[in-house]
Design a protein around this ligand. Structure first.
Ligand code: HEM
Length: 154
């Protein structure tokens, strides 16, 4: 093979692999729903809170994480997850209401945690964290049933 042909082939291979990579990255971005994005922020918040709650030198950090979670909870509240196709009328309304109540429970718990951090009530702030885990678990059981295994979500 001539050098020019070899170089053209190499350039083509590079272009094709770049194309495939960027297509799969776009697909990932496109597939993420606004609700998933907001949920991911909640997850990031919970992860960041570890090692911060209960440390009197990290109060500002705790407050900023909690505030971002408040926003993420209220963002999630605006979107309703896909409901099972058989749900209609009142059943569908109850399904959506239950979801919104779950997200309000998250937001209220986060606000309680902010109050606890401001007051220096560390034990209460940590209890709030456990409460978040519980509400999340209940919410996912009903609204994200494919998620039997919750590893790595917070
Ligand atoms: C702090 C509490 C919570 C955390 C950390 C959390 C975290 C997550 C994460 C990481 C995902 C996957 C997002 C992705 O696929 O990229 C998710 C999805 C989801 N969560 Fe939560 N969640 C919380 C509370 C709740 C509650 C209370 C409910 C229901 C009332 C709920 C309902 C859902 C639903 C329906 C999905 C699927 C969204 C979709 O496929 O569009 N979550 N959550």
């Amino acid at each position: 093979m001539k050098l020019a042909t070899k170089l053209t082939t190499l350039a083509l291979i590079l272009l094709m692999s770049w194309g495939m990579l960027s297509t799969s990255a776009d697909a990932v971005t496109l597939e993420e729903t606004p609700l998933e994005k907001a949920m991911d922020k909640l997850k990031d918040g919970m992860k960041s809170l570890k090692g911060v709650l209960g440390d009197a030198t990290k109060t500002d950090k705790a407050m900023s994480i909690l505030q971002s979670m408040e926003v993420a909870a209220m963002d999630s509240y605006r979107f309703t997850p896909d409901a099972p196709a058989e749900l209609k009328g009142n059943d569908l309304r109850a399904y959506n209401t239950g979801f919104r109540k779950g997200m309000l429970a998250i937001a209220m718990t986060v606000v309680d945690m902010e109050l606890a951090v401001l007051d220096g009530r560390n034990a209460d702030a940590k209890k709030g964290y456990q409460q978040l885990s519980r509400v999340k678990k209940g919410g996912h059981k009903k609204y994200k049933p494919e998620d039997e295994d919750e590893h790595g979500e917070h």
